[in-house]
Ligand binder design. Sequence first.
Ligand SMILES: Cc1cc2nc3c(=O)[nH]c(=O)nc-3n(C[C@H](O)[C@H](O)[C@H](O)COP(=O)(O)OP(=O)(O)OC[C@H]3O[C@@H](n4cnc5c(N)ncnc54)[C@H](O)[C@@H]3O)c2cc1C
Length: 466
Amino acid sequence: MSTVSTVNGGISFWYADRGTPIAREPLPGDSTADVCIVGGGYTGLWTAYYLKKAVPFLNITILEANFCGYGASGRNGGWLYNGIAGRDRYAKLHGHEAAVRLQQAMNDTVAEVVRVATEEDIDADIHQGGVLEVAYTPAQLARLKDFHSVEIAFGETDRVLRGARETGERVNVTGAVGSTWTPHGARLHPVKLVTGLAATVEALGVTIHESTPVTAIEPKHARTPYGTVRAPYILRCTEGFTANLKGHKRTWLPMNSSMIATEPLPRSVWDAIGWEGRETLGDMAHAYMYAQRTADDRIALGGRGVPYRYGSATDNDGRTQPATIEALRDILVRLFPVAAGARIDHAWSGVLGVPRDWCATVTLDRSTGLGWAGGYVGSGVATTNLAARTLRDLIQQDSGQSGPTELTTLPWVDHKVRKWEPEPFRWLGVHGMYAAYRAADRRELTSPRPGTDPIAKAADRLAGRH
Ligand SMILES: Cc1cc2nc3c(=O)[nH]c(=O)nc-3n(C[C@H](O)[C@H](O)[C@H](O)COP(=O)(O)OP(=O)(O)OC[C@H]3O[C@@H](n4cnc5c(N)ncnc54)[C@H](O)[C@@H]3O)c2cc1C
């Protein structure tokens, strides 16, 4: 396998596949709107979509620093699935039943994204094969079984546990000793979804200005170098880039995630691997990997790599570190030795937003009209849609058009969390945590014991994850 010809960056493989779009016109000067959305990723676009569908005469402006889908929404692994960051903590804070409602809303959200994509004629290579998560060490198997039981306790009664043989019949992951599968997931092409959404909202009458970085968000004002948009509601939908905004350096930590995509693999390789159901595929490692079989028969596989850049810096148009490309390639070959000769066509990275308590949130501050959603910690492809429908309901409630709804009473609404530590503690903490996860993963690979390695447990506690 060679990485000599690997394209590194260029935003993502998904853009290499579709072509990088020409940016829409920037903001021409000062203007007004009913709702101004900062950030043209899934969160911003879905929010515009649902608001406009609910109130067609609403004047909505999206301000996007680059072009719609420049961020994680144009770079992700294409796992449309029902995981939401923070559910277990919300169960502790608000009770089990509240968290079950949140989980149910997420299960429904996967179906909702598929429904809208179909209705709006957005062809995003969606394949509803569910989510398969595999274990290949005794410790991973023990975690997998615990995970499976917990998910069932949160109402996922259609989730199944599979043994080694059954797992291998689905996807032939070397050394897999078991797996869990849920139907609440689909594989998709991230860029086809985000560009389709942008075109859809524009056709509905939403104004999109690209190449327009917002330099400050204040009540009723979004300021840019080209002018200021005044609106009663300003929604911050900048997720992993939030740290770049004035006053938000320590709000959400920009965590890196990196991916590689192989060349299209030949029939002989697929005969050996199987994966005919095109499930999204993950593992139970602490520094876990996520993968999909693309519509054109590549494997796109991601993982953490270098987790965080000092000072909350973000990447340069998706470039990742050569060592990360090697590490992801090693994972690919360990899982699928039969793909060892495949060319790695593309490698890239992106940032996702991590709050200090690792809980996704959606909020509308009624006193200022400022709203935001994010902190999805890498589970945002579906969660952004739930966040958007919730922001719609919160705005409608605030403007007197409706009362509380099922969505506005979910436990992640209006959740508050403290900021991250200043540097160098932030950098030391995150790098220490991932060094511990990697050490734990290495030890679990050779350990016959079923328990999670104590180093990983300590890292979880220190990071405030559990
Ligand atoms: C490599 C990678 C793989 C992932 N894989 C998965 C996956 O398989 N499944 C899953 O569920 N989740 C995954 N995620 C997470 C998921 O992609 C994100 O949670 C989701 O896309 C977030 O959408 P968003 O709209 O909130 O943010 P983004 O898509 O990051 O959009 C934010 C937008 O705001 C713009 N912006 C930033 N600052 C400003 C400013 N000052 N002014 C104007 N505009 C600004 C940016 O240019 C960007 O377009 C992954 C993330 C990464 C990075």
